[in-house]
Design a protein around this ligand. Structure first.
Ligand code: PAF
Length: 284
């Protein structure tokens, strides 16, 4: 496994790999790797000959009062986990290698970025879209994998990749991988480590409330009622604030009153202790 921090070295490694006829999968991450990331890596190995993992805590996707400085960074431990998974390339650039002095470009995916987390975190998805565009251009993957926990991010990246012809025409070019959960159902997230033991125990209210809402929606409860009940369950269960709890079309992210024929998802973001947790589930 090569751990690379300079773009010219990365380009050389990718060229070598591809000239040998290998296909390449990219798993973009911000590090602090957990079982969810390792599942992305294992899935990647089934879709390409070689796997590259990027580790970059992207300053452009954090707001001024968010956790950029506190975000866990542990490159050595992450690299050891990835070596054990047989990863070929770890791309871990310093910020100046990604955003050289005078960097002035931003990628926006209008509309999809205005709702859900985009409404609560202005500019967040511009930062994500910009860095993912750069990662695609740098690594030139045949396939890139993203967790379904960040459903809005996955939807935005799919739209961006299609709009900008960023990836190969393979059907699996942008692959969403189902959320990996702890034994009690809490979605794995690098931000779970901000929780105290009490908050961690209470956080299970999130997947439980989502599951109850999905059952209610399937039973004919209108979305407004199901989402109000979901928010009430979170606040009663120890969450301090609910940013959103909504039923939306899984592809267009249009708000729905009830599930219809097209795939729909319940999406939630809520605060507990120092953590803002997100999760979602399909309704049909
Ligand atoms: O999901 C993440 O970890 C980040 O948003 C990503 C896709 C690596 C871009 O920085």
């Amino acid at each position: 496994m090569q751990t690379i921090s300079r773009l010219d070295t990365l380009r050389h490694a990718v060229t070598l790999l591809k000239s040998g006829g290998k296909t390449l999968a990219l798993v973009p991450t911000m590090g602090a790797l957990h079982e969810g990331h390792l599942t992305l890596v294992r899935t990647a190995r089934r879709h390409a000959d070689a796997v590259a993992v990027s580790i970059f805590v992207n300053p452009r996707q954090f707001g001024p009062n968010e956790d950029f400085d506190a975000y866990p960074r542990r490159l050595e431990a992450d690299a050891a986990l990835l070596a054990a998974e047989g990863v070929d390339i770890v791309w871990a650039p310093p910020p100046a290698e990604v955003y050289p002095a005078g960097f002035a470009t931003s990628v926006s995916v209008s509309g999809l970025d205005a709702v859900l987390c985009g409404a609560a975190r202005p500019g967040h998805f511009d930062g994500v879209a910009t860095v993912v565009t750069k990662l695609f251009n740098q690594v030139q993957p045949d396939v890139a994998l993203f967790g379904e926990k960040d459903w809005q991010q996955l939807t935005i990246i799919r739209r961006m990749a299609r709009d900008l012809d960023l990836t190969s025409p393979r059907a699996d070019a942008i692959l969403g991988v189902p959320t990996v959960r702890e034994a009690d159902g809490l979605a794995m997230s690098s931000r779970n480590q901000y929780l105290t033991p009490e908050e961690r125990a209470a956080a299970v209210a999130l997947p439980r409330a989502i599951a109850a809402a999905v059952t209610a929606l399937k039973g004919g409860t209108p979305a407004a009622q199901a989402m109000a009940d979901l928010s009430a369950a979170l606040l009663a269960g120890g969450f301090s604030r609910v940013d959103y709890a909504e039923l939306r079309d899984a592809t267009t992210l249009d708000l729905l009153d009830a599930p219809g024929a097209a795939p729909a998802r319940v999406l939630v973001a809520a605060h507990i202790g120092k953590a803002r947790l997100i999760d979602n589930a399909p309704v049909i």
